[in-house]
Design a protein around this ligand. Structure first.
Ligand code: SF4
Ligand code: FES
Length: 247
């Protein structure tokens, strides 16, 4: 495939950015989207130009760092991460627009890389349990109903990629936060700090500049791990309960 790429270039956090146009040829449909960008960067290196900065790590759909807005959709046209998106989703002659996440909570660092450390600070505010668990207990020492175990496991698949924020017109991180709240709230180990957790995480979320949820639902359709919208209902329910308890 021969493709035209329109890519956001921005030299640094405070520099003015703009879309730049590049051509890449002989792209195999078996390449991943990131491998296609590798081809572009090799080309730019050979021409003595600055390669495009983009974030990635595992390239296996696990780490959540490959955060690209592709043709206006977080992670592109498939329900997957950018590193697991293959070029067979595009066709010869296509023009592909590639931009960084756009949200107040995710400032651009360079080109396509944004700073997602706000998510770390939200987790640090309450997305953990502080009991000393010691050595791994026997699996049956604390019985967990199957339904709770399955729900906790399913929402724990959130990889913190931030696609939910990028998709949301309010720039809200409610789906991410709801996944963490629901994960710990479904397990016995998560109960002692349940009230303080939700209050602290929501306060940090708001302080980072993320917006509120108005039930639009773009987040869940952009989520590569298909985290459902009901985690936000759980988040709101936990918050109301914590306030009723005097937090
Ligand atoms: S909820 Fe989905 S889109 Fe949001 S950070 Fe987690 S995995 Fe990414
Ligand atoms: S590079 Fe790790 S999820 Fe894509």
């Amino acid at each position: 495939m021969n493709l035209t790429l329109k890519i956001w270039r921005q030299a640094g956090a405070t520099a003015k950015g703009a879309m730049h146009t590049y051509e890449v040829d002989e792209i195999s449909e078996d390449m991943s989207f990131l491998e296609m960008l590798d081809v572009l960067n090799e080309q730019l290196n050979e021409q003595g130009e600055e390669p495009v900065a983009f974030d990635h790590d595992c390239r296996e759909g696990i780490c959540g760092s490959c955060d690209l807005m592709i043709n206006g959709r977080p992670h592109g046209p498939e329900v997957t991460t950018t590193c697991q998106l293959h070029m067979r989703s595009f066709k010869d002659g296509d023009t592909i627009h590639v931009e960084p996440w756009r949200a107040e909570g995710f400032p651009v660092v360079k080109d396509l890389i944004v700073d997602r450390s706000a998510f770390d600070r939200i987790i640090q505010a309450g997305g953990y349990i502080s009991v000393n668990t010691g050595a791994a207990p026997d699996a049956h020492a604390t019985p967990v109903p199957r339904e709770d175990a399955m729900k906790a496991f399913n929402v724990a698949t959130c990889i913190g990629c931030g696609a939910c924020v990028a998709a949301c017109p309010n720039g809200s991180a409610s789906l991410f936060m709801g996944a963490k709240i629901t994960h710990l709230g479904r397990l016995p180990q998560g109960q002692p700090e349940r009230d303080s957790r939700v209050v602290s995480m929501v306060a940090q979320h708001d302080a980072e500049g993320f917006g509120g949820c108005t039930n639009i639902g773009e987040c869940t359709s952009a989520c590569p791990k298909e985290i459902p919208l009901d985690v936000i209902s759980q988040l709101n329910k936990d918050l109301r309960t914590a306030i009723r308890h005097g937090h």
